[in-house]
Design a protein around this ligand. Structure first.
Ligand SMILES: CC(C)(COP(=O)(O)OP(=O)(O)OC[C@H]1O[C@@H](n2cnc3c(N)ncnc32)[C@H](O)[C@@H]1OP(=O)(O)O)[C@@H](O)C(=O)NCCC(=O)NCCS
Length: 154
């Protein structure tokens, strides 16, 4: 199975542990406060739905989703800054939601920094609705930042 996945050079495939150095490169370039490699390892070991998107043989985006009790939680959605604004984030998001729907999830949840206009536009354009806010949820330069909570019926 792993050998087959290694041959994939274009589009979406499940993330492998050996992808983590490249995933971490993207992660640290795209986020000011990025996940550690250990968090990705824990997600893989926990059986979360972890995916990468390849362009010409190179990983350019990743997505991580947890499914539990008929719900899915998008935990990470990240596109290499050099590859943003080309529809890859939307494609990854739709893929994750499709996986969750096929496995029986009826609702998707996620949270995002209140300042993350790009992500908020993407989520709203995909039918997510704001359900609340978590005050001071994220670390931020010079203090903390609120999270916007989003949900979408699948
Ligand atoms: C948010 C993110 C995943 C979007 O991925 P992307 O591949 O660049 O987005 P897409 O090209 O699929 O764009 C989808 C929609 O998102 C919105 N969008 C994306 N980038 C935007 C930007 N810079 N400014 C405003 N809207 C933006 C637009 O509505 C866009 O639709 P349009 O192109 O028809 O206008 C990407 O910017 C990213 O990885 N950011 C850093 C990590 C991050 O913040 N992840 C989200 C954590 S919750």
């Amino acid at each position: 199975m792993v050998a087959v996945l290694r041959h994939c050079t274009q589009g979406l495939r499940p993330m492998l542990a050996e992808d983590l150095p490249r995933v971490m490169e993207i992660e640290t370039r795209a986020y000011e406060y990025s996940w550690s490699e250990q968090i990705f390892r824990d997600c893989l070991q926990s059986g979360y739905s972890c995916w990468v998107y390849l362009q010409e043989g190179e990983i350019v985006a990743h997505g991580v989703m947890m499914e539990v009790a008929g719900e899915c939680h998008i935990l990470n959605l990240c596109v290499d800054p050099d590859w943003q604004r080309r529809g890859i984030g939307r494609r990854m998001l739709r893929h994750l939601l499709g996986v969750a729907r096929r496995r029986g999830a009826d609702t998707a949840f996620l949270e995002v920094r209140v300042s993350n206009e790009a992500a908020i536009r993407l989520y709203e354009s995909e039918g997510f609705c704001e359900t609340g806010r978590r005050r001071d949820y994220y670390p931020a330069a010079g203090g903390r930042e609120d999270a916007v909570l989003f949900a979408k019926a699948l």
